[in-house]
Design a protein. Structure first.
Length: 495
RNA sequence: GGCCCGUUCGUCUAGCGGUUAGGACACCGCCCUCUCAAGGCGGAGAUCACCGGUUCGAACCCGGUACGGGCCA
C-alpha cells in the first residue's frame, strides 16, 4: 500500500507525566511515521486549563526525547502547521465553529444543564438511550438572536446526520456505528471552551494528519470525529486503535499498581532501549520469533497489521529481562557513567580506577541501574567476621597459608587500586603459590572471598582485589588471619 | 442501560481449515563456576472462554452465551 506523505500525530494532555500506555501510543506513531518516511507531529492537548501544567508539558517532551521518539513538528521543534498547543489555537476552532454554524451543521443550544440532566433521567427511567432531544434545533434565527441579545449563554451543538458511520480500522478491520445512538453533541461549551472531539478534528484536519494511531478508548469517538470531518468538508484520516495496557490483576493500569510513568522507570534505572523494546512487544510481534529490537530495526519492520487486538497485561518480569539484556550489552565506560548517579545517591564514592572495576563487577547482576549500590556494597561495606555466619569458611584447611601468601602478593601492589587485568594477574600469582603448597580450587578462592568481603557470594575475586584497595586488602587478610588464630580451627564449625 | 472492542500455557504472543498448537518471560532441573549472577542445555506448563452450526476435517469460518474492557451519559 502506498502511504505517500504520511503524517501522524501524538497528542498527549499535559495533565500528568508520560504514562507507559501513552508512550506506547507515541512509539507506534513514531514507528509508523518513520517506516513510511512520514512525519510525526507532537501536539499538546492542553485545553483542560485546570489540570494542564507546563511542568507536565515539559516532562512529557523530555521523556519522549529520552525514549528517542523525536517528533518532526511540535511546540519545541516548530513546523508549518502550528501552533502545536491547543491552548494557542482558539482562533482556529472559532473559525470552524462559525463555518459549521453558517452552513447549518451546528446550532446554538440554550438548554440549562439542570433541564438536560432531568431529561436524561427520564429517558433512562424509560429505558431509553440518553440523547439530546433537539429542543433548540427548533429555534428560529429571530428567537436565537433575541435570547442572545438578552444575555443568555448558548452552547453550540453539532447536528448529527442520519446514517451509519463505517470505517476500516487499521488494526481491527471494519467497524460500524449507527448514528441513531449519537445525540447532537456539544462542540463549544457555554464557558467558551471547545469540546475534545471538535478540537481534535479541527487540528487533525488543519495539520493534514493522514493516520491516527491511538488507544482503543477512542474508538467510539471516531464516529463523531468522522462526522465532523465530513461537515468540515475535509478528508478524514485513517484510524488505527490499539488495545490498552492492563495491570496484572486485569484492571486498568494505574498508579496503585506501582510504577506506571516513563519517568518512574527512568529513575529506577531502566534503559530507554529496553523500555522501547518491551513496549513494542506488548502487542506487536514480528513475522519471525525474534524478541530483541533496536529502534532502527523496529522502524524497518513495524507494521500495524501485526499489532494484536487484545489488551495486554504489563509484566515487569519481562521488562526486567530485557533491561538486563541491554545492560549487559553496555560498554564499561558507558555503564560506569550510567550507574554513577545511583551510586552517588547511595552515598558511595569511588576512585577513578575503582569505577571501572565496580561497573564491570556489577554488570551481570544488574536488573536495573538502580541495583548498582546493592551490588557495589561489597566494595564499601565494613566486614565483621565475628557476626558473619560464613566465617566458618575461614577455617578451611590451608586457609591460613592462603592468607599469608595473599598478604605477600598484595604487598607488591604498585598502586592502591588496580584495573581488572592486573588484579587478575595478582590473583593468579596467589593461586599458583597456593598450588605449590598443595592448596587449590575452592580451598583458596572461598576463604579468600570470606576474608576479603565477609560474604560468601559476590563478583569474581579479581574485581575485589583490584577494587577494594591495597590498604583494605591487607588489613582484612590480617584480620582474618588473627581471627583464625584467636578462634582456633574448630571454632565456628559446631556453632 | 445502549453501542463498540476483545477472549490461545501464570504473563506477552505465533497461528490466518489438516501443526506432536510454535516462541519468549517467569518457574523447575542440569551444565559451567570459589560464590552470587550472567551464559548454555533441557523440562513442566494451553481440553485454544463456553455452546451450537458450516465442513470429510475448526484455535482458525458463522451464530449465540458468558466473562473482561472501552465509550456515551
Amino acid at each position: 500500500m502506498s502511504n505517500d506523505g504520511v503524517r501522524v500525530r501524538f497528542a498527549p494532555s499535559p495533565t500528568g507525566s508520560l504514562h507507559v500506555g501513552s508512550a506506547r501510543t507515541a512509539l507506534y506513531n513514531y514507528l509508523f511515521a518513520r517506516h513510511h518516511e512520514g512525519v510525526m507531529v507532537l501536539r499538546i492537548e492542553d485545553t483542560d486549563l485546570k489540570r494542564s501544567t507546563s511542568a507536565h508539558d515539559a516532562s512529557i517532551i523530555r521523556d519522549l526525547a529520552w525514549l528517542g521518539l523525536h517528533a518532526d513538528e511540535g511546540p519545541n521543534t516548530g513546523g508549518a502547521f502550528g501552533p502545536y498547543r491547543q491552548s494557542e489555537r482558539a482562533g482556529i476552532y472559532e473559525e470552524a465553529v462559525q463555518r459549521l454554524l453558517a452552513e447549518g451543521w451546528a446550532y446554538p443550544c440554550f438548554c440549562p444543564q439542570e433541564l438536560l440532566d432531568e431529561r436524561k433521567q427520564q429517558q433512562l427511567a424509560r429505558g431509553q438511550m440518553p440523547k439530546y432531544d433537539r429542543t433548540c434545533l427548533a429555534l428560529t434565527p429571530r428567537e436565537i438572536e433575541a435570547r442572545l441579545a438578552a444575555g443568555e449563554r448558548a452552547a453550540i451543538r453539532f447536528r448529527v446526520p442520519v446514517g451509519d458511520v463505517t470505517f476500516v480500522d487499521l488494526i481491527h478491520g471494519p467497524i460500524t456505528f449507527s448514528s441513531d445512538v449519537i445525540g447532537d453533541f456539544i462542540i463549544k461549551r457555554t464557558d467558551g471552551g471547545y469540546s475534545y472531539n471538535f478540537a481534535v478534528v479541527v487540528d487533525d484536519a488543519s495539520m493534514k494528519i493522514t493516520h491516527v494511531i491511538r488507544g482503543e478508548d477512542h474508538v467510539t469517538n471516531t464516529a463523531r470525529q468522522m462526522m465532523l470531518f465530513e461537515a468540515l468538508n475535509e478528508p478524514a484520516p485513517r484510524y488505527g486503535h490499539h488495545s490498552l495496557i492492563l495491570a496484572p490483576d486485569g484492571s486498568k493500569l494505574s498508579k496503585r499498581h506501582g510504577a506506571t510513568s516513563i519517568g518512574d522507570f527512568r529513575k529506577m534505572g531502566y534503559l530507554p532501549a529496553a523500555m522501547v523494546n518491551y513496549l513494542v512487544l506488548l502487542s506487536w510481534h514480528p513475522a519471525d520469533e525474534r524478541e530483541k529490537f533496536s529502534l532502527d530495526e523496529l522502524v524497518a519492520e513495524f507494521d500495524l497489521e501485526r499489532v494484536s487486538r487484545s489488551p495486554a497485561v504489563f509484566d515487569v518480569q519481562k521488562l526486567n529481562w530485557l533491561n538486563g539484556l541491554y545492560i549487559r550489552e553496555l560498554g564499561v565506560s558507558e555503564l560506569q557513567d550510567l550507574i554513577a548517579p545511583h551510586l552517588a545517591e547511595a552515598g558511595m564514592e569511588f576512585a577513578p580506577v575503582q569505577r571501572e572495576t565496580v561497573a564491570e563487577a556489577v554488570q551481570a547482576n544488574l536488573v536495573v541501574l538502580g541495583d548498582a549500590p546493592q551490588y557495589a556494597s561489597v566494595f564499601t561495606d565494613r566486614v565483621d567476621l565475628a557476626s558473619c555466619p560464613c566465617s566458618e569458611g575461614l577455617f578451611t584447611p590451608g586457609a591460613d597459608v592462603v592468607f599469608a601468601l595473599a598478604r605477600e602478593v598484595f604487598g607488591t601492589m604498585s598502586a592502591e587500586y588496580l584495573p581488572p587485568p592486573q588484579a587478575k594477574e595478582l590473583l593468579m600469582q596467589v593461586v599458583a603459590l597456593a598450588k605449590e603448597r598443595g592448596i587449590k580450587g575452592k580451598s583458596v578462592y572461598h576463604p579468600l572471598r570470606v576474608a576479603l568481603t565477609g560474604r560468601e557470594e559476590g563478583p569474581e575475586l579479581f574485581y575485589l582485589i583490584g577494587g577494594l584497595g591495597k590498604t583494605v586488602l591487607i588489613a582484612r587478610l590480617e584480620e582474618a588471619a588473627a581471627y583464625v588464630v584467636e578462634r582456633g580451627p574448630k571454632q565456628g564449625v559446631d556453632s
